[in-house]
Design a protein around this ligand. Structure first.
Ligand code: DX5
Ligand code: ZN
Length: 247
């Protein structure tokens, strides 16, 4: 299993002080920062766009270590994810994690004669495009999506078309503070069995009470919003979560 990566979700931060909230989480021992981008269409909520990412990026050093400390992990809960790749690359996003469901609906909506758009919309084409723009690529699935849809994508022969991370949602995306869905963990187990070296991220309802189950299933990238931002000692929660993944 790859190293433990703890990624606080800044969805639970004080949005009036986002820059400082980001630098504080890094000082408290975070590996990555998880940035939830919501468009009000793919999910029934809206957050921030690339102008804000550009600004808060300046509060955190660029990735320095093999663990990718400081990586901006942008979780794109948006329709038409191909439309925002270039803008997010420019804003300093390091990992562009799109939803499988959104990519597939873009393919369905694309005029087959529009060859430019066609070369960007399918999951594989989108991953290639994200890599060409200099970011890592992640692919996320919602609770209603079976994990099997990922096999074909993760098995791409061309490394440019292969994702760097798979994200298994453990809540229905849209809001922080929801209850962890243990029903999603068999997806993590199946992914870990097939891909021992893949970064596998879990997101939603993770905290000290649920981390062990997720770690046992094989997740190594742990997102937590309310459990970290709501803690009296966030550094301690981050350390304990890392310990749970590594043990
Ligand atoms: C939910 C977001 C999560 C959220 C997690 O749609 O993708 O990243 O912030 O929040 P908690 O950890 O509070 O469930
Ligand atoms: Zn998220």
């Amino acid at each position: 299993t790859p190293p433990a990566i703890i990624a606080p979700s800044i969805l639970s931060a004080d949005f009036g002080n986002l820059g400082h909230e980001c630098s504080r989480k890094m000082e408290e021992g975070s590996d990555w920062l998880h940035v939830d981008i919501m468009d009000g269409h793919f999910v029934p909520n809206m957050t921030i766009g690339s102008p804000v990412v550009t600004k808060i990026r300046g509060y955190v050093d660029r990735p320095l270590t093999p663990n990718g400390r400081g990586t901006f992990d942008c979780h794109m809960m948006i329709m038409e994810p191909h439309k925002w790749v270039r803008e997010f690359a420019k804003s300093g996003c390091d990992l562009y994690c799109f939803h499988y469901e959104a990519a597939v609906s873009s393919v369905a909506a694309t005029d087959p004669t529009d060859t430019t758009t066609k070369t960007r919309t399918s999951p594989r084409a989108l991953i290639r495009y994200i890599h060409e723009e200099g970011m890592q690529a992640g692919i996320a699935i919602k609770p209603d999506t079976p994990v099997d849809v990922l096999w074909d994508i993760l098995d791409a022969e061309d490394p440019l078309e292969r994702p760097d991370m798979a994200l298994v949602m453990t809540v229905h995306p849209g809001f922080g503070g929801q209850k962890f869905m243990a029903s999603e963990l068999p997806k993590v187990t199946a992914l870990r069995e097939r891909y021992p070296d893949l970064n596998i991220e879990v997101d939603g309802g993770l905290g000290l009470g649920t981390i062990d189950q997720a770690a046992d299933a094989g997740a190594n990238v742990i997102v937590a919003g309310s459990a970290i931002f709501g803690a009296t000692d966030p550094a301690d929660v981050i350390a304990k979560m890392r310990e749970a993944v590594q043990s």
